[in-house]
Every structure is written in C-alpha cells, then in structure tokens.
Design a protein. Structure first.
Length: 257
C-alpha cells in the first residue's frame, strides 16, 4: 500500500491524492519513488482511462519540494519521471486533471501545470517561488507556464515568486475552471465524467496530436504528422463503434482498443 499518497479507482477513473497533509503535501524523494510507480500503473492499466490528482486536506494541493527534509540530510533530487513521478513524463497520453484544493506552490504548481486541465477551488493560490530560496522552477514550470499564459505574464510570476489567487489564474488562462472552496475534487469529477463519455482512444489521439504538435511552429506541418495515438485510434474498435452508436441513437460501448 502506498504511504505518501492514496489511490482510488471509480470505474475507469483513477484518483491520486497526495497524502502528506502535515507538511502541506510537500513531497520528498520517497514520495517521488512511490508516485512514479502509481503513474506507471495507471498508464499500463487498460481499464483506467482518466486520472485526477489532488491533495489531502483543505490547506494545500502541494507546497512543492520538502525543503526541510532536504535540509535535514534527506536524499535530494527527483525520479526519472520528474516531480511527483509526473512532470517529466512525455508519453502519458491518458488525460490527467489537477484538482487544486489549496496552495499549489513551486513543485506543487508544476504538478498542476503538467496536467491537462486545472480545476481550482476559489481559495487556491499558485506560485513559483523558487528564486526566493535560491532555486528555480526546473521541474517544468519555467517552460510550461510561458507556453500556457505567454512569456511576459509568466515572467511576471516567475521573476517575483508572487502568489496568484485562483480567480486571477483563471483570467490568466492556466486555470480551466473554478470551484467553490472545498469543491475542487467534486468539480474535477464532473469534468472526468464528461471525458469518460468520449472514446478513450480519441482522447489519447487528441492529447498526443495537440501536445506534440506544439513543438512544430507551422500548423500545416503539424497537421500532416502521423501521430501514433491517431493511428491506434483509427485501427481501434472505437473507431467503428462511435459512428455505429450515433447512427443507432444509443450510447457507445467503448473498448479502449
């Protein structure tokens, strides 16, 4: 059983809860090792199609890197798959939702940025404050935030370390939707339910084409690339089932293959 996170499965949905509330869900090396295994298992499980990551307790999604653990002589560094076993993954094509229920600071914000959408409670706050402690947001934050909200607005956050409330995050564009205080997970489940109405093969094809296409400046060049997940979608049972279900006026029976 995991020690530093909780893993629950509700049908085709996996819910991963960062579970170190006594340190505002800050993560240390043992937690990264554990979470790497969790995400590996989610990726490999054909019955799990969508994931939500959230934090235990009302105070924090994650306060980021556990600096006290490191200062006390604990092992420094991340695992191969990055902070929380997630930020360095470049081939996880299943959708992942961040349900941010409190502060998301440093590595915590980087976890959220590594997800496909961010649902934030109204009391949530975001920051990349690493420069204030002699560090930098190198678990993807310095790269993902400018690509999400534009360079100048991102620099305004990254070069000051200022705290950004959820409403401003929504206006800036890195928060997908707002939820009432305490309601981030419930709202994230609503978004997951909408995703689960779609073909999992189509979701993976959409995510891969969108994410890999971002590295190609010319739209028409990106349009013509043969994406693996798109090829798998076209060869899948779902590619037949979707139009058939539509014509028969019934809900599709997705197969994930």
């Amino acid at each position: 059983m995991p020690e530093f996170c909780k893993v629950e499965r509700e049908g085709h949905l996996t819910i991963v809860t960062l579970n170190r509330p006594d340190v505002m869900n800050a993560l240390h090396y043992p937690a990264h090792l554990e979470l790497e295994k969790v995400w590996n298992e989610f990726d490999a499980d054909p019955e799990q199609w969508v994931a939500i990551v959230t934090g235990a307790g009302p105070r924090a999604f994650s306060a980021g890197n556990d600096l006290k653990y490191q200062a006390g002589g604990g092992h420094r560094g991340f695992v191969k798959s990055g902070f929380a076993g997630l930020t360095a993954r470049n081939d996880l094509w299943k959708p992942v939702i961040a349900a941010v229920n409190g502060v998301a600071m440093g590595g915590g914000f980087e976890i959220a940025l590594a997800c496909d959408i961010i649902i934030a409670a109204e009391n949530a706050k975001f920051a990349l404050p690493e420069p204030k402690v002699g560090l930098a947001a190198l678990a993807g934050g310095v790269h993902r935030l400018p690509r999400t909200i534009g360079l100048k607005r991102a620099m305004g956050m990254m070069l000051t370390g200022r705290h950004v409330p959820a409403k401003e995050g929504y206006e800036l564009g890195f928060v997908t939707a707002l939820a009432p205080e305490g309601g981030a997970l419930e709202e994230a489940k609503k978004w997951a339910a909408m995703m689960l109405e779609c073909s999992p093969m189509s979701l993976r094809a959409t995510k891969q084409a969108a994410m890999q296409g971002l590295s190609i400046p010319d739209v028409m060049t990106a349009y013509k690339v043969e994406y693996d997940a798109v090829a798998r979608m076209r060869a899948s049972k779902d590619f037949i089932e979707g139009p058939k279900a539509f014509s028969e006026k019934r809900k599709p029976n997705w197969h994930s293959e």
